[in-house]
Write a protein that binds this ligand. Structure first.
Ligand SMILES: [Zn+2]
Length: 93
């Protein structure tokens, strides 16, 4: 049996590395704009810790990481996304 090495990614908020499966990926897709968990383009990862996603500076950090402007509505969508992701950690999209 081959051992699977977890893919480690950095949370842009707490700057700790986590298994990719435990992070929410936010991508600035070339065609679709900002999308979660899929897409091609510049991406940022955030862990599921409430301290991270409810951080008041998270929007700024994301804008910097994705090199884009995020609409004010983004934070609402983002919070919904990450909280539902917390409920179903293995659902996969
Ligand atoms: Zn974090």
């Amino acid at each position: 049996m081959t051992q699977q090495t977890p893919v480690m990614r950095l949370c842009i908020s707490c700057r700790k590395t986590f298994d990719r499966k435990n992070l929410l990926k936010i991508t600035k897709d070339h065609k679709q704009g900002i999308i979660f968990q899929k897409g091609m383009g510049r991406s940022a990862y955030i862990c599921k810790s409430k301290i991270c996603y409810s951080d008041s500076k998270i929007k700024k950090k994301l804008q910097k990481a994705l090199k884009t402007f995020l609409e004010p509505e983004f934070i609402d969508i983002f919070e919904k996304e990450i909280t539902s992701y917390n409920d179903y950690p293995n659902k996969g999209i």
